[in-house]
Design a binder for this molecule. Structure first.
Ligand code: SAM
Length: 286
């Protein structure tokens, strides 16, 4: 991947705003992004780390603000990202480490933070094709679980994630951190349970729901004949009846030992890699 800055002219120091005060209103606005409502109203979210910011920009995500620590100023890649931010109409802030710590709520913050416009994939635009796998999550609560599932979906080659019902926000800092950048690569849609059920009727997919009372061993299911949507239940209460009955198969992962169930993200990983087993190979060129 090339991170060359193409044709936007050199990065001009005049475009950079220096901020050292925690009381600066722009910094206050950025810090307010820790609140879900503010993220929704502004349609933006925060991602930390130079690599993530580069990946996001390369993948075509719109950056509104680039924040970097004074110490990172001389890094050529930071300069390039700053130039690209300015070229696309964004703001560049050079801040003290104290300000960065307060934005990210970390003692040893990443040197670079990007504020990006969020993106939701409209459910009506999802038309799964042969060989595609989607994962639908019923009321997922834990940001770490959601981030891990988005990352795992990316690694397994799934086409996207559908959030069903009231769920944790994929654009929270904690979830974005847990995705390790995959939030920029994996489309995420959201739907009510009724919208999901209505969509399923016409999508031509096979819904494989996972349930602790499932009677089908997940390894015996045919994941090849149709595009697959794997449906996972909520961390505490599992899959409700009205969603479970939409399933073409109710799958269970056999267990031994004392544990009642697997962690949601772990069960999702097991399912995704099984559903895509025939499509994954070590020989694949990235
Ligand atoms: N107390 C919940 C229940 O009774 O369903 C446990 C939920 S479990 C922590 C979260 C989700 O992971 C489940 O709804 C299911 O989708 C999936 N899961 C976990 N272990 C599983 C297993 N052995 N077989 C199938 N699905 C499993």
């Amino acid at each position: 991947m090339s991170h060359e800055h193409k044709g936007h002219g050199p990065h001009k120091v005049g475009h950079v705003k220096e901020v050292t005060s925690l009381a600066n209103p722009i910094i206050k606005d950025i810090k307010a992004l820790s609140d879900k409502k503010t993220r929704e109203q502004s349609g933006t979210f925060m991602a930390e780390g130079l690599k993530l910011v580069i990946d996001a920009i390369e993948l075509g995500w719109t950056i509104r603000t680039l924040v970097y620590a004074k110490a990172a100023k001389s890094k050529p890649l930071v300069e390039q990202m700053a130039a690209r931010t300015v070229a696309s109409g964004g703001l560049v802030l050079e801040v003290s480490e104290k300000v960065l710590s307060s934005i990210t709520r970390r003692d040893n913050p990443q040197m670079v933070v990007g504020i990006f416009e969020n993106r939701w994939k409209p459910l009506r635009e999802i038309h799964p094709k042969h060989g595609e796998t989607w994962i639908a999550l019923d009321r997922v609560r834990d940001p770490g679980n959601l981030g891990t599932i988005i990352r795992t979906a990316d690694a397994a080659g799934a086409s996207g994630v559908i959030l069903v019902g009231e769920t944790t926000d994929p654009f929270s800092l904690e979830t974005v951190r847990a995705t390790m950048g995959s939030v920029f690569a994996v489309p995420v849609a959201r739907a009510t349970a009724d919208e999901f059920i209505a969509w399923k009727k016409h999508a031509g997919v096979s819904v494989v729901a996972t349930h602790l009372a499932g009677s089908v061993d997940y390894r015996t299911i045919d994941y090849k004949k149709k595009p697959v949507v794997i449906l996972m239940g909520n961390e505490q209460s599992g899959l409700p009846e009205h969603l479970a009955k939409q399933a073409d198969a109710l799958a269970r992962i056999p267990q031994q030992g004392r544990a009642d169930s697997l962690n949601l993200a772990v069960a999702s990983a097991v399912m995704l890699f099984e559903a895509r087993r025939h499509l994954l190979s070590l020989d694949e060129v990235k």
